[in-house]
Design a protein around this ligand. Structure first.
Ligand SMILES: Nc1ncnc2c1ncn2[C@@H]1O[C@H](COP(=O)(O)OP(=O)(O)OP(=O)(O)O)[C@@H](O)[C@H]1O
Ligand SMILES: [Zn+2]
Length: 710
């Protein structure tokens, strides 16, 4: 007897190959089975989607090729996983095979059945011995605060996705830890997925999970999944999750597509973080997929009877407005934890009106004085500036030359430490010229400021300040440049935790999730850039950034009290009267969210309206825009066209990157369903339009559903 399995394989997006290919097999293959199949001259990894016993109409034996190999020993990917992948592919307008195969560890593609069997055996063996070692005593969990206790109980019983709206330092992590423990103890096969925006930024979190759960469930109980791992590590982690050996998966957005047959709890920590949205391939939102995934799991669980559930919890002190709105509507259950652990206060806001500061001052003198005082008392400070390098531009005052990147419509950033001009978009790097390349003038100077410069200036301004033990104050910088080397981030965080460093200067990476115990002053240096950005999400981002940054101050109430001080958040601004600061002063996220949501509703913006972007990359800006506009024209008559607004093509803010011209076209609809159906109908049209004469020079197009910036 023969079977005709339909197999999905990784085909390039829009390659025209259908969502699955039909092969022949002597055996009936369970859907979800991993196979190797011939594709052209190659042999590729594929996932069996279904396996009918008759060939599809019109197809004969002779036309189909046989499945080359079946990865026996690996359990098939289950129906819930396949449903998740199918949904992601449809919703984000990508190929099924592309999404399915991208969700698998890359190394799986290269392994033969024999190699895979060996790998599995090794893992099985390791598991056998793991139990032999005597477990260390479990790290004891602290007694929960009343708010934490209530949150934990509600998580256990809630029938909807939960928004854990907890102030900075309210102990959300402890709630995740104990909810994880509850879920794992409820069932021997239960698994928990914990997602974080950037795993390397928060080594503390991983350490807390390991410390808590390895003694209880063994050293193999927790695996990580993120793009910084080696291919071998990723495969091992994925296999452990897929076989159920790993009980906890801690990962970044990609982990949302991991195979987790026993999934019972999904935690999305700092759910507002933009890095949950993928910016390439299928541009999915891992947060939104997490909610969908829990729904699929719950449907399956309730079909089995019993009352097991898969809970999903989205946690943040500054939730995304999408999530906040869903809670307003009752689709999500909002759990509030307004109090900080230990009863500490949130930092007091000090606005510095830069109109009244000495001209050219990067740091207002009162701010420097306040920092000096705190250092002298043995407290730490943090200064946030969202721009790395020494200065964003280098310029010649004689002829007007500026350090433009030859390949991008952007300036190259001046990095003083290694004397380079570096493009932050394409990476193009050159030594800083000794003189102006255009006129030979020796006097070329930086314009604006970045973290390197801030570090340098602060070191100068605080040179005479002493710590309580009489030693000089120490300033350090943490940004993508200072943490490039492996282990350097951990080391820098350690110097901060140990108190070696008094002032930490850095980009947004210092504002995220860290539990520094002795910071009592946080300063935001250049907030205004976020106030007047053209993107309608800019205020939401700025508010979250400032509130999160401020949230690093005063986390240890006992320390703050013993110092006899109060923690402060300083913000330097040219527009202190901006209403955003009122809400920030009151730490009133709900008021800020309500005001922003009202504006969005009036303007029909998300989450009230729904958007997608059609993006085009081309050799010329004209071709990129021509393609987009042609695609818009060709949309006439498509289903739901009358419910859709298509805007004219526009160049991206940075329109050229690495010599590629970029343009986009906004698609808007008042209903998500209409948008979805329109986009599906538009997809073949988008493919056809590539061949139009005016689109010559087009390199690629991509659809971005629910884009984060427009
Ligand atoms: N019940 C508790 N008893 C004592 N200490 C606790 C308790 N819960 C949490 N903590 C401690 O309080 C501090 C803040 O907790 P945590 O880091 O979880 O806050 P968070 O809500 O995640 O904050 P953020 O959103 O700012 O990252 C941590 O040092 C944590 O160990
Ligand atoms: Zn460049």
């Amino acid at each position: 007897m023969a079977f005709w399995p339909n197999v999905v394989v990784a085909t390039p997006a829009h390659s025209g190959v259908g969502s699955s290919l039909t092969y022949r097999s002597e055996l009936s293959l369970t859907p979800g089975t991993l196979v190797r199949v011939p594709l052209g001259a190659r042999e590729v990894l594929g996932v069996v989607w279904d396996c009918p016993p008759q060939p599809p109409e019109g197809l004969t034996d002779a036309q189909t090729r046989a499945v080359a190999d079946v990865l026996v020993g690996l359990p098939p990917l289950n129906a819930r996983w396949r449903q998740l992948v199918k949904f992601a592919a449809q919703y984000y307008q990508r190929g099924l095979g592309e999404v399915a195969l991208a969700a698998l560890p890359p190394q799986l593609r290269d392994l033969s059945t024999v190699q895979l069997a060996r790998r599995l055996k090794k893992q099985e063996k390791a598991r056998g011995t793991a139990g032999d070692t005597t477990p260390s005593p479990p790290a004891s969990a602290p007694a929960l605060s009343d708010e934490q206790q209530t949150a934990l109980q509600t998580l256990d019983t809630a029938k909807a996705p939960v928004l854990l709206f907890g102030a900075t330092g309210s102990g959300k992590t402890e709630v995740y830890l104990q909810a994880t423990q509850q879920a794992l103890e409820a069932h021997t096969d239960a698994q928990v997925l914990v997602m974080v925006p950037e795993i390397n930024l928060t080594p503390q979190l991983e350490a807390r999970f390991r410390e808590r759960f390895e003694p209880l469930f063994g050293a193999d109980a927790l695996v990580c999944l993120h793009s910084g791992m080696t291919p071998a590590q990723r495969l091992a982690g994925w296999l452990a999750a897929h076989t159920g050996q790993a009980r906890i998966v801690l990962g970044t957005r990609m982990a949302v597509l991991a195979s987790l047959p026993g999934l019972r709890l999904i935690v999305v920590d700092e759910e507002h973080d933009p890095s949950y949205k993928s910016q390439e391939g299928a541009r999915y939102s891992a947060r939104d997929l997490a909610v969908y995934r829990a729904k699929v799991e719950n449907e399956a669980l309730s079909a089995q009877g019993g009352n097991a559930r898969c809970q999903v919890v989205l946690g943040s002190a500054t939730p995304s407005l999408e999530t906040w709105h869903a809670a307003d509507q009752g689709r999500y259950l909002r759990l509030s934890m307004p109090a900080r652990i230990g009863g500490g206060a949130l930092p007091r806001l000090r606005l510095v009106d830069m109109n009244h500061q000495p001209k050219g001052a990067v740091l207002a003198p009162p701010l420097v004085a306040a920092m000096a005082e705190r250092i002298a008392r043995g407290e730490q400070c943090m200064v946030l500036l969202n721009r790395r390098g020494y200065a964003p531009v280098l310029a010649c005052h004689d002829c007007g030359w500026k350090s433009a990147c030859p390949h991008c419509s952007a300036y190259r950033v001046f990095h003083k430490l290694d004397r380079t001009l570096r493009c932050h978009h394409c990476g193009f790097t050159e030594r800083v010229p000794r003189a102006c390349p255009d006129c030979g003038n020796l006097d070329i100077a930086p314009i604006g400021k970045g973290t390197e410069q801030l570090e340098e200036q602060l070191a100068g301004l605080l040179a005479n300040v002493q710590r309580p033990d009489g030693s000089p104050a120490r300033v350090a910088r943490m940004d993508a440049d200072s943490t490039r080397l492996k282990g350097s981030l951990e080391q820098q965080l350690a110097t901060m935790h140990s108190g070696e460093v008094d002032v930490l200067v850095g980009t947004q990476m210092i504002a995220k999730g860290h539990d520094f115990r002795r910071i009592t002053l946080v300063a935001g240096i250049n907030a205004d850039s976020g106030l007047f950005a053209s993107d309608y999400r800019a205020p939401e981002r700025l508010f979250a950034l400032l509130m999160q940054a401020g949230g690093r101050a005063g986390r240890d109430a006992a320390f703050v009290n013993s110092q006899g001080s109060a923690s402060e958040m300083w913000v330097q601004t040219w527009t202190p009267q901006h209403p955003l600061f009122d809400a920030l002063r009151r730490h009133d996220f709900p008021a800020f969210a309500a005001q922003q949501l009202a504006e969005r509703e009036n303007a029909g913006m998300p989450p009230f309206g729904h958007q997608a972007l059609l993006r085009a990359d081309a050799r010329s800006q004209q071709a990129a825009q021509a393609y987009l506009n042609a695609a818009a024209q060709a949309a006439d008559g498509l289903p739901h066209r009358d419910e859709i607004t298509l805007y004219p093509a526009v160049p991206l803010t940075i329109q050229r990157v690495a010599n590629v011209e970029r343009a986009q076209l906004l698609v808007e609809a008042s209903s998500r369903g209409a948008l979805q159906r329109f986009l599906s109908a538009w997809q073949p049209v988008l493919l056809e339009c590539r061949a139009l004469p005016q689109a010559r020079g087009l390199i690629r197009f991509a659809v971005d559903v629910d884009p984060l910036s427009i």
